[in-house]
Design a protein around this ligand. Structure first.
Ligand code: ATP
Length: 304
């Protein structure tokens, strides 16, 4: 049996550069892994080629709509892997929360199966499978602090940021990412702006010190707040509680803010939960910690 703990991500900076001919948008984004994790167990099933998914969360699909299902489908096509698999996904990362939960689950399962079965597949082919499943999956083959470009599938590792605590909150709704992109005004992308300032580079040049949070931005935030006005309540409450620089992760619905310590974050969480919001305090994780959460083999019976 394999036990995985796929971690969520937040977007510290997210710039929308332009709409492409294929309908997607080119983005440039600084992504950061955090220690909010789903839990996945992978067990072998005796029937070759068999696949079954289980989950503790009603709104999580257990068929081909699940990104884990798609990951296994494409991995089998590429490598001939035919082991029967029974997979359980326990969700802690809110669905449609802009925290990349489904993509992280898929990335973790890809890495785990390649390593467990010694599959003969190079990094480029694995990246191609990841990009086919979704724009964020490639990032979850890397983790830690990274700069992602194109649709998000070209990922460059960056030096780890200093460990930082965050508070995360959302109004318990799932955002439809495609709706947010579709409602972007021209002025909300780099295409519509005279300035060509590279906000990701500005942030990555100053990863230390309190001023760095003034360099964060998310081009999707105004559109998401227009479409889902309840997001404004989360921003307002975080500011009222003294959180500085609250920011939307991805297309939402989760808003995050850096805090001085995990304990400070936990105090805010109690207040946010009392107001009815989903909230957690968490910490950034570096690349080494990310790797440890991806793959963990557990003996099926205790050693004698
Ligand atoms: P995105 O911005 O890519 O939509 P997100 O981080 O906001 O992602 P996810 O939790 O990944 O949100 O869920 C987005 C969609 O993916 C939902 O419609 C959900 O039904 C579907 N989905 C597929 N596989 C999974 C999975 N393993 N866990 C959660 N959601 C999944």
């Amino acid at each position: 049996m394999l036990k995985l703990r796929p971690p969520a991500k937040i977007n510290l900076v997210l710039e929308v550069l332009r709409k492409r001919a294929d309908g997607y948008h080119d983005v440039r984004t600084v992504m950061q892994s955090i220690d909010l994790c789903d839990e996945i167990t992978i067990e072998e099933h005796p029937a070759a080629g068999h696949l079954e998914l289980h989950t503790d969360t009603m709104s999580c699909p257990v068929d081909e709509m699940n990104l884990v299902w798609q990951a296994i489908h494409w991995l089998r096509q590429a490598t001939g892997l035919d082991a029967g698999l029974a997979i359980t996904i326990n969700k802690n990362i809110p669905i449609g929360g802009g925290l990349g939960g489904g993509s992280s689950d898929a990335g973790a399962v890809l890495l785990a199966l390649v390593s467990q079965y010694g599959l003969d597949i190079g990094r480029d082919d694995l990246n191609r499978i990841a990009a086919r499943i979704g724009s964020d999956v490639s990032y979850f083959l890397v983790g830690g602090t990274a700069l992602a470009t194109a649709r998000g599938e070209i990922v460059n590792q960056m030096p780890d940021l200093p460990e930082t605590a965050f508070v995360l909150a959302n109004p318990r709704l799932a955002v439809d990412t495609s709706r947010v992109y579709a409602s972007l005004g021209l002025k909300e992308t780099k295409e519509g702006l005279a300035s060509t300032r590279n906000a990701c580079a500005a942030f990555l040049d100053h990863p230390h010190g309190p001023k760095r949070w003034e360099l964060t931005k998310n081009d999707l935030e105004p559109a998401a707040r227009r479409l889902y006005p309840r997001l404004n309540e989360v921003f307002a409450m975080l500011l009222a509680l003294g959180a500085e620089h609250p920011m939307l992760s991805g297309s939402g619905a989760t808003v995050f803010a850096p805090v001085k310590s995990l304990d400070d974050g936990k105090e805010l969480v109690v207040r946010l939960q009392t107001a009815g919001f989903w909230a957690v305090a968490c910490q950034s994780i570096n690349r080494r910690q990310f790797d440890l959460r991806q793959v963990g083999e557990v003996p099926s019976s205790p050693p004698v």
